[in-house]
Design a binder for this molecule. Structure first.
Ligand SMILES: NC(=O)c1ccc[n+]([C@@H]2O[C@H](COP(=O)([O-])OP(=O)(O)OC[C@H]3O[C@@H](n4cnc5c(N)ncnc54)[C@H](OP(=O)(O)O)[C@@H]3O)[C@@H](O)[C@H]2O)c1
Length: 294
């Protein structure tokens, strides 16, 4: 196997940090970018180049990509306020094309499908919801990525399920006591363990065709209530309260229930999940927590 290309992460937060650590462990050149660079210092100590970058400002992405010819760029910034929708991604992809990046991977959201009632499954062919205002910026981002693909950049859009892992997800919120079931928690949610997401990013980088689109979620969409009760039982916590999605005097609780199909990801990339359901994933988190505290 030849030398792996440099990896540049625009928006290095929870996923980016886990991704950067995995790439550093492979001996790769890694550049991590965000506004809060102090938070990224531990990655700097592991050998990453830390770059301050604000996607809402002009002339940010080109300078961050200098000396990174052939890089894989992972774009992991939520749509920033203060710019027209899609503009930050358009600028990042343009810079990636101009600086000779070999691959541009956009971390998007499966929220673009809106709320789909059980028992329907969602795949890459399912029409997106155009009546969900909160998700409109994501659709503009996706369009910007597709335009860059048309201009010759090798791109992939990943529509992600709910990301969970050590320090993130239902478990953390249950411990803090701020997790609520919506309408009893009977709607299905698809999830992805952060380390499987990292592995998907590497598989996309290695094997995906250009202008690719994948849903990224594990094998088992699960009712919100099932996961919460399973974790509560393990932690000895009481069952969380249920709130109505619509109630006067409080904002509408967000509920984008759906079952995401990962068939295309498995078929095209021969991807195998390390954590095919929340049970394996949550057990791995417990093992990691025990290791850290022990
Ligand atoms: N968590 C989920 O379940 C989920 C589901 C679907 C999609 N997603 C999306 O997947 C991506 C990765 O998720 P994540 O959990 O890793 O998110 P995260 O922890 O919030 O990381 C996002 C990163 O973007 C940086 N950022 C935000 N605004 C920026 C700006 N204007 N300029 C430069 N950097 C900026 C943040 O750092 P600074 O604030 O320090 O700049 C942070 O490092 C995000 O786009 C997220 O919205 C997440």
């Amino acid at each position: 196997m030849g030398e792996l290309p440099p990896l540049v992460i625009f928006g290095c937060g929870y996923v980016g940090t886990r991704l950067a650590k995995a790439a550093l462990a492979q001996g790769r050149v890694v550049k991590v970018c965000a506004r809060g660079v102090a938070r990224l210092q531990p990655l700097g100590e592991l050998g990453a180049q830390v770059v301050w970058l604000d996607a809402a400002k002009s002339k940010q992405f080109g300078p961050a990509l200098t000396s990174c010819r052939g890089a894989t760029v992972v774009y992991s910034i939520p749509p920033p306020a203060g710019l027209p929708a899609g503009e930050a991604v358009r600028r990042a992809a343009k810079a990636a094309l101009e600086q000779g990046a070999s691959c541009f991977i956009y971390l998007g959201s499966s929220g673009v499908y809106g709320n789909i009632a059980d028992p329907e499954w969602v795949d890459e062919e399912t029409p997106v919801a155009h009546d969900d205002g909160a998700m409109a910026p994501r659709l503009h981002d996706e369009t910007a990525v597709q335009i860059a693909a048309g201009a010759g950049l090798r791109t992939a859009i990943l529509r992600l399920g709910g990301i969970y892992g050590p320090g993130r997800g239902v478990r953390v919120r249950l411990r803090k006591g701020n997790y609520e079931l919506i309408d009893g928690g009977h709607h299905f949610i698809s999830r992805i363990h952060v380390d499987d997401l990292v592995a998907v990013i590497f598989a996309v980088e290695a094997r995906a065709p250009s202008n690719a689109l994948y849903i990224v979620a594990d094998d088992r969409p699960t009712p919100q209530r099932e996961v919460a009760l399973w974790i509560c039982q393990r932690l000895g916590l009481p069952e969380p309260l249920s709130v109505p999605a619509f109630a006067s005097g409080r904002p509408r609780a967000t509920q984008r229930g759906r079952r995401l199909s990962n068939a295309k990801l498995k078929r095209e990339l021969s991807f195998e999940f390390r954590y095919p359901t929340y049970v394996e994933g949550e057990q791995a988190i417990e093992a990691e927590e025990t290791l850290v505290s022990g």
